[in-house]
Ligand binder design. Structure first.
Ligand SMILES: [Zn+2]
Ligand SMILES: [Zn+2]
Length: 224
């Protein structure tokens, strides 16, 4: 019998012994980095293949890049658990998978009650050749006009609904957490009037949030 390339087939799912959890296409996984001192690689499984006997299992993956691995590096507004979905595909042995993880949308990440070790989020796609991001614009907030970093505490103005970093409005994080109402400099005169009339009809429940629920405006091209 001629010895050619062994035929391989696509399999629907697989349970790597080392994690004892079933993986399937669409799942996100943590993979062993080339150097042990680096953080685990984050990848999305595209499809899984094996030889005809179901051995020598390999996964086709699409890498997520961490901000440090992008051309521009980590920026102030990048979250600690932020990753970018890249256009970089690879074929890896299933043995390098060290666990499953979840890559949330930005919106669902900001709504998590607690962020676990396996929680990440992605709001940009990343072109690994050009270093370009998609989308290439992002909403900015506060006087400092920065995109939102979900790790940072922000307070929302009840007048204009913009969000502010405590430090940018000369406040400590502790002070910001105890605020009942907040109006920014621009909205302040109007806000005082409103508060005087608001004792019976206050619809505002506390003055701070650690997460935005909607991207509200797009007033400036991104500085990515
Ligand atoms: Zn700011
Ligand atoms: Zn305001």
């Amino acid at each position: 019998m001629a010895r050619g390339k062994a035929p391989r087939r696509t399999i629907e799912s697989y349970t790597p012994r080392q994690i004892n959890t079933t993986i399937k296409p669409g799942d996100c996984v943590l993979m062993r980095p080339a150097e042990r001192s680096n953080p685990q690689y984050v990848a999305r499984i595209e499809w899984i293949e094996a030889d005809v006997r179901g051995g020598n299992v390999k996964v086709h993956v699409r890498w997520y890049y961490r901000p440090e691995e992008s051309v521009g590096g980590r920026r102030q507004f990048h979250g600690s658990k932020e990753v970018f979905l890249s256009d970089h595909y690879d074929l890896q042995s299933v043995d390098t998978i060290e666990g499953k993880c979840t890559v949330h949308s930005f919106k669902s990440y900001t709504k998590l009650d607690a962020v676990g070790n396996e929680d990440y989020f992605c709001r940009f796609e990343y072109n690994s050749c050009t270093g370009a991001f998609n989308p290439d614009r992002v909403a900015v907030y506060c006087k400092c006009e920065m995109p939102y970093n979900p790790d940072d505490l922000m307070v929302q103005c009840e007048g204009c609904s913009d969000w502010f970093h405590p430090a940018c409005i000369e406040m400590t994080a502790e002070e910001a957490k105890t605020l009942d109402h907040f109006f920014c400099e621009t909205c302040l005169p109007q806000g005082q009037k409103k508060l005087q009339n608001s004792h019976t009809t206050s619809r505002h429940s506390g003055g701070y949030k650690t997460a935005t629920t909607e991207v509200k405006k797009m007033h400036k091209p991104s500085v990515i």
